[in-house]
Design a protein around this ligand. Structure first.
Ligand code: G6P
Length: 372
């Protein structure tokens, strides 16, 4: 199947290289006169107008995409959003009804836990919308509405390009619902559309400028036994995604934490030499959070942590405390996750490769888990 990889060393290498197209193709056909109009949702306004809450359900990487989407949907559509793991949601008698919109996210559209949660919610009268990468899969067929991600087929077991496509679809959904519910003005929405449309080129820039550097860093760290990831706001789910990828691909113990939670426990884990990735919010876009994250970096560095900062180009505040800085281009605060995750995907792949592991087929995992 070397031909299918199109010259790449692995499907994962190919799929990470396709992250720009995954975003661009998911946006395509869904912007009209600078506003998001999702043709598949035509005539389905009642799915969004009468609801009082949204619950996103998913498993694995898709659930982290959901956690990122929560921030944008709440901000733009002014509706409360919860994110739940599908297998937890179903077995706890959730309070749902016809005022609830369930948004499921699944690359395969076949994950049994997610499917069963969607059916369960439907039986209880909730409205259901599926974000899915696979045309005609079971979960979209069981849902009232579908927004497909157009990442193209994903072969590597651990999800990469589908993740950025899922966040893109959630952002499009947030902008669509914000318009339908009248909570988001056209001028502001148009700004966000421009931001989203600029993401593919910015991801390309990360791949061009940083991929070699990150792979080398991963190579140097091949003996690492534990890695921590810190983020705040939309950077928090990205920290968890970075940790998940490292567990999946490199079999390394990894944890993602909310940076603000550090002093409430995880800081006890910091000892000299402990590698910690920190996702640094934009100094312009997050004037409040940026200095807080920088002081977190200062604190862990004082305890001997080896800090790898993922920071916006030009952000000099991190330089005195970071051992390594991985640069991402400027983006609005809500859009940073689509950039910050790219170095983490490359890093996990690089570490797996440095350890001589099968990056496409990690042990014990399946691409699509069709049993409960
Ligand atoms: C499996 C895969 C993960 C994926 C999860 C959800 O566990 O190994 O990479 O995130 O399933 O899959 P789905 O197809 O529902 O997005």
């Amino acid at each position: 199947a070397a031909a299918d990889k199109g010259g790449w060393s692995s499907f994962m290498a190919k799929e990470i290289s396709e992250e720009p197209e995954a975003v661009a193709n998911t946006i395509r056909g869904r912007v009209k006169d600078g506003q998001v109009v999702i043709p598949e949702l035509d005539g389905l306004d009642e799915l969004f107008s009468g609801i009082t809450r949204v619950i996103i359900i998913a498993c694995g990487t898709a659930a982290y995409a959901g956690q990122v989407g929560k921030y944008a949907i709440e901000q733009w559509a002014r509706v409360p959003v919860d994110v739940e793991l599908a297998h937890e949601f179903r077995y706890r008698d959730p309070v749902i009804g016809d005022d609830t919109l369930i948004v499921s996210i699944s690359q395969s559209g076949e994950t049994m836990d997610t499917l069963m949660a969607v059916k369960y919610a439907r039986e209880r009268g909730a409205k259901t919308l599926s974000i899915c990468n696979t045309q005609g899969a079971t979960i979209p067929r069981e849902s009232d509405a579908i927004v497909y991600t157009h990442a193209g087929p994903e072969v590597a077991v651990a999800s990469t390009k589908a993740f950025v496509a899922q966040i893109t679809a959630l952002y499009l959904l947030g902008l669509h619902v914000g318009r339908v519910r009248g909570s988001l003005g056209a001028t502001e929405a148009a700004q966000h559309v421009l931001e989203l449309e600029s993401i593919p080129d910015k991801i390309r820039q990360i791949l061009e400028d940083e991929q070699g550097h990150i792979e080398q860093l991963a190579h140097w760290m091949a003996d690492t036994r534990s890695v921590l990831f810190l983020g705040r706001h939309v950077g928090y789910p990205i920290a968890m995604e970075g940790a998940l990828k490292l567990k999946e691909l490199a079999y390394i113990h990894a944890e993602g934490f909310a940076a603000g939670e550090l002093k409430h426990g995880p800081i006890a884990l910091i000892e000299p030499g402990q590698p910690v990735f920190v996702i640094v919010p934009s100094p312009r876009g997050s004037a409040v959070l940026h200095p807080k994250v920088v002081s977190t970096i200062e604190e862990i560095r004082a305890r001997g942590a080896r800090v790898i900062a993922i920071a916006e180009a030009g952000d000099a505040a991190v330089l005195p405390y970071a051992d390594e800085v991985l640069r991402i281009p400027l983006a609005g605060p809500l859009f940073e996750p689509l950039l910050a995750v790219v170095p983490l995907h490359i890093y996990a792949m690089g570490l797996s490769t440095a350890k001589g592991l099968d990056v496409d087929q990690p042990r014990n995992l399946a691409k699509s888990v069709t049993v409960e």
